[in-house]
Design a protein around this ligand. Structure first.
Ligand SMILES: Cc1cc2nc3c(=O)[nH]c(=O)nc-3n(C[C@H](O)[C@H](O)[C@H](O)COP(=O)(O)OP(=O)(O)OC[C@H]3O[C@@H](n4cnc5c(N)ncnc54)[C@H](O)[C@@H]3O)c2cc1C
Length: 291
């Protein structure tokens, strides 16, 4: 590994100042599970590394029925998956955090790191998108808020400026009779990257199985995570049924534009996008009925 300067700021302002001072040659360090691998094996040589470790305000979860869920960007996956409200009300996020890497990885890997790294296969990205999460971002000119899907610009490329820090994520409280799910396909059962990841959130009418709102987000089938909007529209205001889910799954499949790589061919990925969307619609429906 090349030599680099290491900073451990004790406040957000100090961290932002350090980022501004070091320009393009600086990288933030959260759990390090992407960054250190990239520095050791992928030719990334930052001149300076700024650790988020001492910024305790970036860690933890808070839930309020009226305000929704706040997740600090430096909160690790194990903490997120174990948080009862996340499991009960934001199940897709618990699913995503729960499948990422291994126990050891989940104890280090943070939500902010997973999103800022901007891999199209990031396991928490489709869940955050269907849960309508807004990223809270701090920079030298103040703070701004951005829907999570808009952080993804291309494989490994985000819309965050080098001197911006993801501070946290805000997730609105889902309405009653809402269910969400995230599933991924990997060649190996654990410790593998998604060949396809699918998240779905469905909100049902209060007195029937009519779908009031549907959100579908696909991972690893395009340069960024993508919404399957045509499929969402086809579901909205219709009675949930196998036929409707099959039709929506076909539309989601058509929205995918995957590449072939060592994990799977483009054709296999496109096929999986359809199969998994249909499966996730069924699970989200069951969860919505139980909510
Ligand atoms: C063995 C192993 C298995 C893995 N398995 C999976 C998997 O199954 N699914 C999956 O999605 N990923 C997987 N990963 C990738 C990685 O664990 C995740 O992407 C993780 O969430 C990254 O978080 P981190 O805190 O470790 O980020 P870091 O490595 O610390 O940072 C990642 C990037 O994000 C930037 N960054 C970090 N925090 C912030 C912030 N708050 N604001 C702005 N920028 C920030 C960093 O500068 C860096 O560019 C795996 C990695 C390893 C080593």
């Amino acid at each position: 590994m090349h030599r680099f300067e290491y900073f451990a700021p004790e406040s957000l302002d100090e961290a932002i100042t350090l980022l501004k001072e070091h320009g393009d040659g600086v990288k933030l360090l959260a759990g390090g599970t992407d960054l250190l691998v990239q520095m050791k094996e992928a030719g990334l040589h930052p001149a300076a590394v700024v650790s988020l470790h001492a910024l305790t305000e970036l860690r933890g979860l808070e839930f309020d029925e009226a305000d929704g869920l706040h997740v600090g960007a430096a909160t690790d996956m194990a903490t997120i998956e174990a948080f009862a409200v996340v499991r009960e009300r934001f199940a897709a996020l618990a699913d995503g955090a729960g499948v990422l890497g291994s126990v050891q990885t989940r104890n280090m890997a943070t939500l902010g790191g997973n999103i800022a790294n901007a891999a199209p296969s990031a396991d928490t990205a489709p869940p955050l998108v269907v849960l309508d999460a807004i990223a809270e971002i701090a920079g030298p000119d103040g703070s701004r808020r951005l829907p999570v899907g808009e952080i993804f610009a291309g494989p490994g490329t985000s819309t965050l400026a080098p001197d911006e820090i993801l501070v946290g994520f805000h997730l609105p409280t889902p309405p009653a009779r809402t269910g969400s799910v995230y599933q991924r396909h990997t060649p190996r059962k654990i410790m593998d990257i998604a060949v396809v990841g699918v998240a779905v959130q469905l909100t049902l009418a209060t007195d029937a199985d009519t779908i009031r709102e549907a959100r579908i987000c696909l991972g690893a089938v395009a340069p960024t995570v993508i919404r399957a909007r045509e499929a969402e529209e086809a579901l909205t205001d219709h009675e949930a049924s196998d036929e409707l889910f099959a039709q929506a799954a076909e539309m989601a499949q058509a929205a995918a534009s995957p590449i072939s790589d060592v994990r799977g061919s483009a054709e296999f990925r496109r096929y999986l996008a359809g199969v998994m969307t249909k499966r996730c619609l069924g699970i989200a429906l069951e969860r919505a009925k139980g909510a």
